[in-house]
Design a protein around this ligand. Structure first.
Ligand SMILES: Nc1ncnc2c1ncn2[C@@H]1O[C@H](COP(=O)(O)OP(=O)(O)O)[C@@H](O)[C@H]1O
Ligand SMILES: [Mg+2]
Length: 509
């Protein structure tokens, strides 16, 4: 007897169809699983056997062959327990075979027959849209994640018995109603930290405002205790809200990483600040069972590397691809995986080992050689990918103790949001959301420069010895500054301001 059950597997951040074929024939009792399955999938056999028995069904004492097709796609997650178990029940006529028509099934089983939640339900639900008229059967604990995709009809089961028994009568009893996501849901608005508390540093705050508005990368260089970490930690408080499409892209990454809390759509831009001892795989993604790294978990949000020079140079060099292309490619033996990683990269560092290079009030005690060695930790190509270089100096006594009102994060955020809305509208039909994502084609179309701006840029290009990349990044920052002002055209003063944020090109590096 042969039974077929449709399922899906995850590769990168997408899902692909898999057909689970179960054949039961006479012969010596055996349970074979074929079709390019990783050991996590092979272990499925033991779970399925126990779950079937412990759910009050009969496990056939015959020769069982399970094939996961297509055989050239590697299957790594324990998603197939439930489809295999249902396939066996259908092939042994313990349930009707036609109940499995037009149904996609995923789920891990525990030995007692409960259906346990799995990773990657959101991309699987999205993939289900490819076939019209099919329904999706997921573990009960994943149901709210699956119904985020409204067009998919979702069924959910808590146990194998429930899944097999209740599929009858059109699965009505298992159907999950699609909850309307209210505007407020998932909008955790606890303001972590407000820029009101940071005294002085107007120059740095302005640069951070530009970074937030256009998604530009930024580095802060300054002596210890000047407020660099404080400025970076407050950054989420001025970030614009995510659009629905951005939310969905981010939620998808968290879904395959198994990091989705309460199965809700992620509405707040991610802010990731890994420690400098982080491994390459944890930063970039990959590993034996490949998973997205910090750069992807920060997609459409912020990756903050504090004390940048403490990170291994090798790890920093790996950031070059995501910073340039907005994605990470990981080569595997049989496939190449791509994870999105469109991030705003924020970092901080001291100017030298002692921390006081270029400080007007304290003398730097580093030798020339020490300085060279320190600065060499950051390569030119990495610095070239950072749009805004700012020097943060220690706040003065007056600034720290002054009582004059300081602008709050909410006020800054209003401007950032307005500028971002202009960008969302501009790029509506371009498949991008903000200025830093622009490619050469967009630059040509949306960043027309008048003759005076061109003149300024030409001069800067030669005196700063800018690379082609740095030049284009400068134009994008100018575009954001113009958007913050609500100006449709890029004016010479916008280009002038963008140029102020590249001091490291001439001073340090
Ligand atoms: N501009 C500032 N306004 C208010 N407090 C500040 C400022 N700069 C530094 N501080 C105080 O100093 C502490 C250390 O700042 P921090 O951001 O960790 O400095 P850095 O990262 O530059 O070494 C802060 O927690 C804060 O109490
Ligand atoms: Mg610090």
């Amino acid at each position: 007897m042969l039974a077929k059950v449709k399922s899906r597997t995850i590769l990168g951040i997408d899902s692909y169809p898999v057909e689970v074929e179960v054949d039961i024939s006479n012969g010596l009792p055996a349970f074979e699983l074929v079709g390019f399955a990783h050991s996590t999938v092979k272990e499925s056999r033991e779970r399925v056997r126990a779950a079937i028995k412990n759910s009050g069904f009969e496990f056939p004492n015959r020769r069982i062959t399970v094939n996961l097709a297509p055989a050239d796609v590697k299957k790594e997650a324990p998603l197939f327990d439930l489809p295999i178990a249902l396939g066996i029940l259908a092939a042994t006529q313990q349930m009707e075979r036609n109940l499995l028509d037009n149904l996609i099934v995923i789920g891990e089983l525990s030995l007692d027959g409960r259906v346990k939640p799995v990773k990657g339900v959101l991309p699987i639900a999205l993939g289900t849209l490819e076939d019209s008229g099919v329904r999706l059967l997921v573990p009960r604990d994943n149901s709210q994640e699956a119904v985020l995709i409204k067009k998919v009809e979702v069924l959910a089961a808590g146990t194998l018995q429930e899944a097999a028994g209740l599929l009858k009568e059109n699965g009505e009893a298992l159907r999950v109603s699609c909850q309307e996501l209210s505007e407020e849901q998932g909008k955790t608005e606890e303001m972590v930290f407000d820029y009101e508390e940071v005294k002085g540093q107007e120059h740095a705050k302005r640069a951070l405002e530009i970074a937030a508005a256009g998604g530009h990368n930024l580095i802060m260089v300054g002596p210890p205790g000047s407020g660099k970490t404080m400025l970076a930690r407050g950054f989420p408080s001025i970030l614009p809200e995510m659009t629905f499409e951005e939310s969905l892209e981010v939620t998808r990454i968290y879904s395959i990483s198994g990091l989705l809390k309460d199965n809700l759509l992620i509405r707040k831009r991610p802010f990731r600040s890994p420690h400098h001892t982080i491994s390459n795989a944890a930063l970039i993604g990959g590993g034996r069972l490949p998973r997205p790294g910090e750069v992807s978990l920060a997609h459409h949000g912020v990756l903050f590397l504090d004390e940048l020079t403490e990170f291994r140079r090798e790890a920093l060099e790996l950031l070059r691809q995501p910073l340039e292309e907005g994605e990470v490619t990981i080569s595997r033996m049989n496939a190449t995986l791509t994870y999105p990683a469109r991030i705003t990269f924020i970092s901080s560092m001291n100017p030298c080992p002692c921390g006081f290079y270029n400080d007007p009030h304290r003398e730097c005690s580093c030798s020339y050689l020490e300085l060279r060695r320190y600065q060499k930790k950051l390569s030119g190509p990495l610095m070239d990918r950072i749009d805004l270089h700012i020097q943060v100096s220690r706040p003065s006594y007056q600034e720290l103790t002054g009582t004059s009102p300081v602008e709050s994060s909410i006020d800054i955020r209003v401007r950032v949001t307005r500028a971002r809305e202009i960008q969302n509208k501009r790029f509506e039909s371009n498949g991008i959301y903000y200025n830093s994502q622009m490619t050469a084609v967009h630059l040509k179309k949306y960043c027309v420069l008048d003759s005076l701006s061109q003149k300024i840029l030409k001069k800067a290009f030669h005196s700063f010895k800018l690379s082609g990349r740095a030049f284009h990044r400068l134009v994008k920052v100018s575009r954001t500054i113009a958007d913050l002002e609500g100006s449709e055209k890029i004016q010479p003063e916008h280009v002038g301001e963008a140029l102020q944020y590249r001091p490291l090109d001439k001073i340090v590096f």
